[in-house]
Design a protein around this ligand. Structure first.
Ligand code: GDP
Ligand code: MG
Length: 459
């Protein structure tokens, strides 16, 4: 494949951090920036991700780039909306991490909080490069906002007591990172991007520092990961979610990390009961500037280029497994090889446990979250036996499978459901059969509830 440093794909950026630090607000503000600039089109609230084409990023970054004179080589930026760190784990298929760079959002008034530390752990474990948005600078006492101003321009206009509070808070955040074993510095004082984490003071309310944040992401991805983000014609694509949509049937939401995918391509997807070979009927993306989730509101594309979030409509996707890779069939490919490849991760996870004849039923949103949950259940003492598993929303058939345990070991007639929806039919079936549900979006909440149940069962 022709790889060239002159053609880069859009980097994929995740946003992580403690609750209420302003992750959602920052993304909203970046979206609105461009709308406020009076430019129609171009910014797309994608499938679980927002795509910012470079033409739109320019309005902000040019404010700083007049000094830097950086060439814009990336075509745009795909920002993944990650509401929590469990979802970040879902952005990893085994061995590969979808996310090229992350923004860790820290509230400048609060410093490092418990979930900040958890996010740090995740980033370090996955070796994901990241920058820190030191958000809510506008809350500093006496701060005078200058909308969408580069940080140093607005800082130069603040009163001395505001500047001094800014400096004190920045210093104490740097010290807190030091305690975690990390060097950190304001990005414009950072002379070693490889070893020192950059802090970018921002405000999601006033837009201050947003030009800096976008510029820094552009600069770091272009300069430090040029190799990783080189465009290749070979498709790298992951299934993020499997969803039934009125009028479309079962669709998959995918993240196209590299390459190009076309309408009519033959694809191979991991399936719960074996590999699925099907043909792309439609490549759907929402039209610019809209967020509506009904069928008529998707725009059809003949071809989509990485990186992008896409909804794929095709036949036979009902049993597709989220958290696995999607392959495109080329004329020289052996279909059987591709089928074996997409099933490999599922088989290695399923192979490890399916031996308990007495145990609970476990259901999770993706292969990655299922694996994490199974690992956890195996690690606690005593380990929780698992009799059956499934991925995706809970249907009536899943409850019926679990109900079979009522005769053998009623205390295990339990469904541990992580980050999945339960259909009304499944709920009704559970009530009539006497199967209990434990549902949660955070693994340890789920297992806490389950451990209480076990303790009660013993008492
Ligand atoms: P998330 O949980 O990290 O997504 O945080 P949100 O974006 O939902 O923000 C939490 C709260 O903080 C909301 O009330 C926001 O309006 C507020 N907030 C977010 N960013 C800023 C900021 O930069 N300045 C101020 N003053 N408030 C902010
Ligand atoms: Mg949020």
């Amino acid at each position: 494949a022709e790889r060239s440093p002159d053609r880069l794909r859009s980097p994929i950026c995740c946003v992580l951090g403690h609750v209420d630090t302003g992750k959602t607000s920052l993304l909203d503000k970046i979206r609105r920036t461009n709308v406020q600039g009076g430019e129609a089109g171009g910014i797309t609230q994608q499938i679980g991700a927002t795509y910012f084409p470079m033409s739109r990023l320019r309005t902000q970054t040019d404010k700083i780039n007049k000094d830097l004179l950086l060439d814009y080589k990336i075509p745009g930026l795909l920002v993944v909306d990650t509401p929590g760190h469990e979802s970040f784990s879902n952005l990893r298929t085994r061995g590969s991490n979808l996310c090229d760079i992350a923004v860790l959002v820290v509230d400048i008034m609060h410093g490092l909080e418990p979930q900040t530390l958890e996010s740090l752990q995740l980033l370090r474990r996955s070796k994901t490069p990241f920058v820190v948005a030191l958000n809510k600078v506008d809350r500093i006492y006496g701060w005078e906002p200058h909308k969408f101003s580069p940080l140093r321009d607005t800082l130069a206009k603040q009163k001395s007591y505001s500047v001094s509070e800014f400096e004190t808070r920045t210093r104490s955040t740097i010290a807190a990172f030091q305690e975690q074993g990390l060097n950190a510095a304001l990005y414009y004082e950072n002379d070693d991007f490889k070893r020192t984490v950059s802090l970018v003071p921002t405000s999601a309310i006033t837009g201050e520092g947003i030009p800096d944040l976008l510029m820094l992401i552009t600069q770091l991805t272009q300069q430090m990961m040029g190799h990783r983000i080189m465009f290749t014609p070979w498709v790298q694509c992951s299934v993020l979610e499997v969803k039934a949509i009125d009028g479309l049937g079962t669709t998959i939401d995918v993240c196209l990390t590299n390459g190009e995918i076309h309408e009519g391509d033959e694809i191979v997807v991991c399936g719960m009961n074996g590999a699925i070979v099907t043909t792309v009927r439609a490549l759907l993306t929402p039209p610019p500037e809209r967020e509506i989730r009904v069928k008529a509101d998707y725009q059809r594309n003949k071809v989509v280029t990485a990186a992008m979030g896409i909804k794929i409509s095709a036949n036979d996707l009902e049993k597709a497994v989220a958290g696995t890779q999607l392959l495109v069939v080329h004329p020289d490919d052996e279909i059987e090889d591709l089928k074996a490849e997409v099933q490999r991760d599922l088989e290695s996870i399923m192979g490890g446990f399916a031996t308990d004849t007495t145990g609970v039923h476990v259901q999770a949103s993706t292969l990655g979250s299922l694996e994490a949950l199974l690992e956890y259940l195996r690690s606690i003492k005593p380990p929780v036996p698992v009799a059956s598993v499934a991925i995706g929303p809970v249907h009536r058939r899943d409850v019926m499978q679990c109900a079979a345990m009522l005769e053998r070991a009623p205390e295990y007639a339990i469904m541990l459901c992580f980050d999945v929806k339960v259909t009304p039919e499944a709920e009704a079936e559970a009530v009539s059969a006497g199967v209990r549900f434990f549902t949660a979006d955070i693994i340890y909440h789920l297992t806490d509830a389950f451990e209480r149940h076990l303790a009660e069962a013993k008492a």
